[in-house]
Write a protein that binds this ligand. Sequence first.
Ligand code: PLP
Length: 455
Amino acid sequence: MAIALDTTITNEPAPVVDGPHNPSAYRPETLALRGGWRADPTNGAVAVPIYQTTSYQFEDAEHARSIFGLERLGFGYTRTSNPTTDVLERRVAGLEGGVGSLAVASGQAASAFAVLALASAGDNIVSSTDLYGGSWNMFANRLSRFGIETRFVDPADPENFRRAIDGKTRAFYGETLPNPKLAVFPIAEVAAIGRAVGIPLILDNTAAPLLARPLDHGAAIVVYSATKYLGGHGTSIGGLIVDGGDFDWAAWPERQPALNQPDPSYQGAIWVETAARLGVPAYLASVRATMQRDLGAAISPFNSFQILQGIESLPLRIERHSQNAAAVAAWLKRHPLVRWVGHPSLQSGPTRARADRYLRGGYGGLVGFELDDAATGARFIDALKLFYHVANIGDARSLAIHPASTTHGQLSPEDQALTGVTPGYVRLSIGLEHIHDILADLDQALAATRQSHPA
Ligand code: PLP
């Protein structure tokens, strides 16, 4: 018996929401569980099936030709689209208030594609100094080898972004809640500077999903490492690029040539026009059809499924991560061996004002603190019993790491200082264990640093 192909799952990655920033869509708790999916139209399966397939049977030669020719949307090959991944893309777009998203193999791939879709050799981007070490390295040492310059500026003064622009600046880049400083990015201020001259703000929202919705404040594109809080259980690497859909690329033909000039890799397609004809966002169409096609950082359908599972409980988890982290920060602040604690709940002045403006429902699960020196930091890490010592954040379990020798270890000491990493700095990603157990482990590990101290 032939199985009917149902167009609701084989076609048309339409927006899950009724427009940019979905004011009237379902609330996040509902979207996290239900966005982008009702049931499998062929058999009624309620859980999103894992479509573990590389390819899709075309209806006929004309159907295949029209998909490849970008005359219609449809699944052709899992490197560029997949039905399981499509649900993930719709769900995250809905949660962010975007008009669509692209899931990729990792957060690194998401950041790279987000920039490479706009910038070519000879161009530049202006990036916040407050970055994940891997993003810093990619910009400073990898994209530079492709001829793309990154101008790093301190986001504490948003005007630094304006000062760094020239005629070849294609994008601004930052992180909503960057560790280690955990000083929230001035989203609206920097986005407005860019929008006035045709430069989109790309914001990495990895550390603040649901807490912050950067598109509501003017960011044009949001990227995620889905490996962290979205997946939430430390099982699967993935990334996402979300398009806000309200950046007018066509209005800036000289500033944004990648989307406004004929693309020889797609029979001269001009992305702002091709996308308008298809009814999809131009930026996202180009990232999927060129970056993902050519560089191939496809996410596996199984990982898309795992990340969807994680997102179902994200609203509950992010609330508890934030509560536990605030309790840890307050406790560490009173501890005599701790020199400094970083968490938005402890900030004051303009930094706190930004946290309160852009974060809703909590200040996130990351806490940083400083011990006397690198050796004390290492003794603390080695004494932890409950916390895992891993290079990850956003897991349901509590995690700790010493950034100067690990995540930021490939940066020069000067660059480490610019990103806020000092030798005695310890990063905690506070999990969902009982707060008493979390504090007890920190207490005994801090005590152990004193016991084993040679002086
Ligand atoms: N962005 C941030 C803020 C991160 O913390 C990370 C990873 O630690 C990444 C991006 C890269 O993500 P992935 O490890 O999924 O490639």
